[in-house]
Design a protein around this ligand. Structure first.
Ligand code: NDP
Ligand code: MG
Length: 385
């Protein structure tokens, strides 16, 4: 019986993780769950999975939950301190980190300091502080098992091979909802259209990131950190069918690809059950229905966010953290109707150009750069309105 905690259990990945645990029927005990404020979903999860702890960020939501909770055996924890308490809990063997955005960095660091194995969905934390996180992984002899489908694919293709034997990795991207749209049509595009992804159903922030390929840019940075690869070895390929989840090319020219039906429950289940492979009730991939797989070069004029992410990957230091922070604030402004979708890359570019990079940042430098870039982005957006 593996004892796990799911941080961000009310989101798309969090709920899918609980679907996987339910379907597997045996082998897992949910010790803790967490949410920002969504107590309606959390209450249902408490009733079904009986965690010992739940952590809520929003204080009003926590009071409301306390009033509604009949099960007095559940301890309610609050905010970041609550997440830290979960990270330190000796009973918990693996933490599924499914909080979105930069807020995941502190809980991830605490979990690593407590020598917990991590099933990692969040990508922003690795983009912000990849080398620091991977040093902690090494020092504390723990595992980060990726849930992000591309990184899970690469990790599975790699197996026991040495990183030095990799010639290239190919990150596949479905291309999102605007793969074929005229660039001029991206102006004044509605929130509803941006959030309507053709292949995946996800949280709002990652859906916006997918629509302008920033998500793939963040994944380039994520792969650099996870696998210790130079940016020149990481290629992005548009593959609209989203059946090949990514590929590794080795020095002898052999390419390993990982394929499956397009469903996040597959990489989530592998991250939970690793090193075991467990049966799934999901349908097999039907090659005869598929007929063909297609591949295209990403158009960096249509998708400047991907170009910006490659730039941050080359510049390293605090630049990836700044890219991430500027993107987070721009996406939030877009979702609040305060910024046009097509202006997101412009805000990020301005912030990156103004940033005085720290080459080998410590954690203090990372948090400082994050805060600076968020404030800078807000003031640029305010001046645009
Ligand atoms: P969602 O927005 O659906 O869920 C985010 C979860 O985190 C919710 O439980 C939310 O609570 C909680 N949360 C948000 N902000 C905070 C905060 N400041 N403090 C504590 N908890 C918080 O996101 P997704 O599930 O789509 O994505 C989660 C992460 O996984 C992201 O980093 C994303 O990039 C990555 N990922 C997602 C994929 C997907 O298919 N969805 C695929 C690959 C990676 P509440 O419900 O109250 O808002
Ligand atoms: Mg992905």
């Amino acid at each position: 019986m593996k004892h796990i905690a799911i941080l961000g259990s009310t989101g798309s990945i969090g709920q899918n993780t609980l679907n996987v645990v339910r379907d597997l029927k045996r082998g897992f005990r949910i010790v803790a769950l967490s949410t920002n404020s969504n107590i309606a979903i959390l209450l249902r999860q408490i009733k079904e999975f009986h965690p010992e702890f739940v952590c809520i960020k929003d204080l009003d939501a926590a009071s409301a939950l306390r009033a509604q909770l009949k099960n007095k055996n559940v301890k309610i924890l609050l905010g970041e301190e609550g997440l830290e308490e979960i990270a330190r809990n000796k009973k918990i063997e693996q933490i599924v980190l499914a909080i979105s955005g930069s807020s995941a960095l502190r809980p991830l660091l605490k979990a690593l300091d407590s020598a917990k194995n991590i099933a990692l969905a969040n990508k922003e934390a690795l983009v912000m502080a990849g080398p620091i996180i991977m040093n902690k992984v090494k020092k504390n002899k723990v595992n980060i098992i990726p849930i992000d489908s591309e990184q899970s694919a690469i990790w599975q293709c790699l197996g026991e091979e040495e990183i030095g034997k990799i010639k290239n990795i190919y990150l596949t991207a479905s291309g999102g909802p605007f793969r074929n749209i005229r660039v001029s049509a991206l102006k004044n595009i509605s929130i509803k259209r941006v959030l309507k992804h053709p292949r995946w159903k996800m949280g709002e922030k990652i859906s916006v990131d997918c629509a302008n390929l920033m998500n793939k840019g963040l994944e380039v940075l994520e792969a650099m950190a996870l696998f210790g690869l130079g940016v020149d070895k990481i290629k992005v390929i548009i593959h609209p069918e989203a059946v090949i989840h990514s590929m590794v090319e080795f020095v002898d020219g052999v390419i390993m690809a990982q394929l499956s039906v397009t469903d996040m429950r597959i990489p989530i289940q592998y991250a939970l059950s690793y090193p075991e492979r467990r049966k799934t009730k999901l349908a097999s991939l039907d090659f005869f229905k598929l007929k063909s797989l297609n591949f295209y070069k990403p158009d960096l004029n249509r998708f400047p966010c991907l170009r910006l992410a490659y730039r941050a990957a080359r510049e390293r230091g605090t630049m990836p953290c700044v890219l991430n922070a500027a993107n987070e604030i721009s996406v939030e402004a877009f979702l609040n109707n305060r910024l046009d979708f097509s202006y997101i890359p412009q805000v990020i570019l301005k912030v990156m150009d103004r940033h005085k990079k720290v080459k080998n940042p410590n954690l203090g430098d990372i948090f400082k750069a994050d805060l600076w870039a968020k404030n800078e982005s807000r003031s640029i957006i305010n001046n645009m309105n």
